[in-house]
Ligand binder design. Structure first.
Ligand SMILES: Cc1ncc(COP(=O)(O)O)c(C=O)c1O
Length: 425
């Protein structure tokens, strides 16, 4: 039972609008691997959290954090080997040699802000194209580009949202879908040019998670990149959600699209829960920007964060978690498809690696947000945690820590099946 006292205290200090997961909120006190325990000692399988990428409280990461915190923590204006080692390892994760500079920050928001500043500086333009249901951060500069969350600010006049192709809902050929959506990009570019902004960048989450984990054809992403570049702009790949091996077949989401972005942003999983984020770009772009702007970040790239980042990479390598994400991701898709075949309301199972979506629908593929809400709450009551996403709020979002095993995936699939059965009786 959640303490009403705790809820009241939270409301007193955070106010009534601070979001909480689930109709019956959870009070978590401990984590280990894919599991979390609440204050009553009940164990929950965490199939939602993509931040503890290598598992909650991984001992190697915790140990690295503690050891560096005991030794020294400072900013990057002193020479320090830990952060240099991390920068070398991080840029080494990019196959194309062009992405050779790392700039450290503390959150995905800051990374996207910095990437936009660099793109604007390099292009001399200010316009930005985003998807029409997206989220890239909570700063003033990004709030005015936010189309996927409520915001009091009006959308910026230099922003043009475009609709992302949704193959599940599209009635027609794939070619037609891609062409139709690329025409919208042409229109957005023309409109930005006409308004005098020009296009500095397109910013896409390369797994299109907020959009409902859409299975977007590579031809679309390539077409967008070509058009934006022809107009003098850049491609910013927001890897905050797909990055660090979750896709299984690639370290970064953009790799599966066949494009190489000018700027890549990352955060969340990078520090396994510790606030660590970065922009990776070319030395040409980074140096041109830092030549004109004295860019500095007090906490970004401090040795404790860098030690954590190194430890996360150690675990990804030593436990072969990317390969594990590929194998277990296939198993996850198979198990979810078996469940979906038995329930009409489970219209589509999609995703990549250990990032899966299940689209819940009514007759005529009508999005069923009420069912999605009921399912995540019912599963929570059965001690398995997932969430929901998408413009119609009807896609189950499943992103466990990468260390999940087959038995745990079986438990997830069986629990989803039980919930769907109970709710469709
Ligand atoms: C795709 C994407 N980009 C950026 C962000 C912002 O990251 P942060 O909350 O670390 O500022 C988020 C956060 O949810 C995100 O999902």
């Amino acid at each position: 039972m959640i303490s009403t006292d705790l809820l009241a205290r939270r409301e007193r200090h955070f106010g009534p609008n601070a979001p909480l997961f689930y109709d019956e909120p959870l009070h978590m006190v401990r984590g280990d691997g894919c599991w979390m325990w609440d204050a009553d000692g009940t164990r929950y399988l965490d199939c939602y959290n993509n931040v503890p990428q290598v598992g909650h409280c991984h001992p190697h990461v915790v140990d690295a954090l503690c050891r560096q915190a005991q030794r020294l923590n400072i900013h990057t204006r002193y020479l320090n080997e830990v952060v240099l080692e991390y920068a070398e390892r991080l840029t080494g994760l990019f196959a194309p040699p062009k992405l050779d500079r790392a700039m450290f920050v503390c959150t995905g928001t800051e990374a996207n802000e910095l990437a936009l500043r660099i793109a604007r500086h390099a292009t001399g333009k200010s316009g930005v194209i985003v998807s029409d249901f997206s989220y890239h951060g909570n700063s003033g500069g990004l709030a005015v580009l936010t189309t996927g969350l409520p915001r009091p600010e009006p959308l910026a006049d230099f922003c043009r949202p475009v609709t992302i192709p949704d193959p599940f809902q599209w009635e027609g050929s794939q070619q037609d879908m891609v062409d139709t959506h690329l025409t919208m990009v042409d229109e957005a570019i023309a409109s930005l040019d006409q308004a005098g902004f020009g296009v500095a960048a397109v910013m896409f989450d390369t797994i299109f998670s907020t959009e409902g984990l859409l299975d977007v054809p590579s031809a679309y992403v390539q077409g967008v990149a070509e058009r934006v570049r022809a107009a003098g702009g850049m491609f910013i790949a927001d890897e905050v959600q797909p990055g660090f091996g979750r896709m299984g077949d690639a370290m970064w989401g953009f790799e599966r699209t066949g494009i190489v972005p000018e700027l890549v942003t990352m955060g969340k999983s990078m520090g396994n829960g510790h606030p660590l984020a970065a922009v990776v770009t070319s030395s040409a772009l980074a140096d041109a920007f830092t030549g004109d702007a004295l860019y500095f970040n007090t906490f970004g790239g401090n040795p404790v964060s860098a030690a954590v980042g190194n430890a996360v990479l150690d675990v990804i390598e030593q436990e072969a978690l990317m390969q594990h994400a590929a194998e277990l991701g296939q198993y996850l898709q198979d198990r979810l498809r078996e469940v979906a075949e038995r329930f009409d309301c489970a219209g589509d199972v999609r995703g990549r690696g250990l990032f899966a979506g299940v689209e819940l629908i009514g007759p005529g593929k009508r999005p069923d947000a009420a069912m999605a809400r009921a399912v995540i709450n019912d599963m929570r009551n059965r001690h398995v945690l997932v969430s929901k996403i998408g413009p119609a709020d009807n896609v189950l979002k499943i992103r466990p820590p990468l260390c999940i095993d087959r038995k745990e995936i079986d438990l997830l699939a069986e629990t989803l099946s039980k919930s769907l059965k109970a709710l469709t009786r």
